[in-house]
Design a binder for this molecule. Structure first.
Ligand code: ZN
Ligand code: FE
Length: 257
């Protein structure tokens, strides 16, 4: 059985640490900083870091890779289409790779960056999606088009509802405030906003999320819902007949929110 813990980094990043107690091996996702991982290893003698999984090239996701590689010799897995420091294995859409005995599928999810990938574990229902799908929101479009990001999110939205969503940032509260501005009459968004507000006041993290929860409360996955379409149309004072156009409208609205 794999245990997954969040190691906080910077102001709002989480480095996901996957641990296999039977073999005392662990793997980390998107180590933007080496220090939290090295501190964990120092506090857990006998454990070995076997793999470093990378979703995209931004500094807050890759900044600790080289130091961890030198310290532990871990294998570095990352997207084929991006420049990833000391990468051992270049991964693209449809690739399969085994980490800590888990079979992971690689999904290309361009939009936030052009080469962004996600890692999906079907049997246990785990998704490591970097800065693509966030709890209540999605990543900014630094490199891709709204159409690309919309298609990437549609792919993730089609995964089983119970899939646990391990994204990289604690943005949930501000995302849900935007979700509520889009759908002020959605009771599930209101309930989630008050729940996450309580969690954050208590210092508790808001992750992982699930695909089912995101389908119910994340406006970026709800671009075919009449209330969401109407909200985008009202905001921009024009008509939209394509979900990807609704998505583009919401993304631009959120950037200004
Ligand atoms: Zn990023
Ligand atoms: Fe990031």
């Amino acid at each position: 059985m794999i245990r997954i813990d969040a190691l906080p980094a910077f102001t709002d990043n989480y480095l996901w640490l996957l641990q296999d107690a039977a073999s005392q091996r662990c793997a980390v996702v998107d180590p933007g900083d080496a220090a939290p991982v090295l501190a964990w290893l120092a506090a857990h003698p006998g454990w070995q870091l076997s793999d470093i999984l990378v979703t995209h090239h931004h500094f807050d996701h890759v900044g600790g890779i080289e130091k961890l590689k030198v310290a532990t010799g871990a294998r570095v897995l990352g997207p084929v289409a991006e420049d990833i420091p000391v990468r051992d294995l270049a991964l693209g859409d449809g690739d399969r790779v085994e980490v800590l005995g888990l079979r992971l599928q690689v999904l290309a999810v361009p939009g936030h960056t052009l080469g962004h990938i996600a890692y999906y574990q079907a049997e246990q229902g785990l998704l490591f999606c970097g800065d693509t799908l966030f709890a209540g929101g999605c990543g900014r479009l630094f490199e891709g088009t709204p159409q690309q990001m919309h298609e990437s999110l549609e792919r993730l939205a089609a995964l089983p509802g119970a899939t646990q969503v391990y994204c990289t940032h604690e943005y949930t509260l501000s995302n849900l405030r935007f979700a509520q501005a889009v759908e002020p009459d959605n009771p599930q968004i209101a309930a989630r906003l008050s729940e996450v507000s309580r969690w954050r006041e208590a210092g508790r993290i808001s992750l992982p999320s699930s695909i089912a929860l995101e389908l119910a409360s994340n406006p970026f996955l709800r671009t075919t819902q009449p209330a969401v379409i109407r909200a985008a149309e009202r905001h921009d004072n024009r008509r939209y007949d394509q979900p990807s156009a609704v998505f583009a409208s919401l993304r631009a609205w959120k950037d200004q929110f």
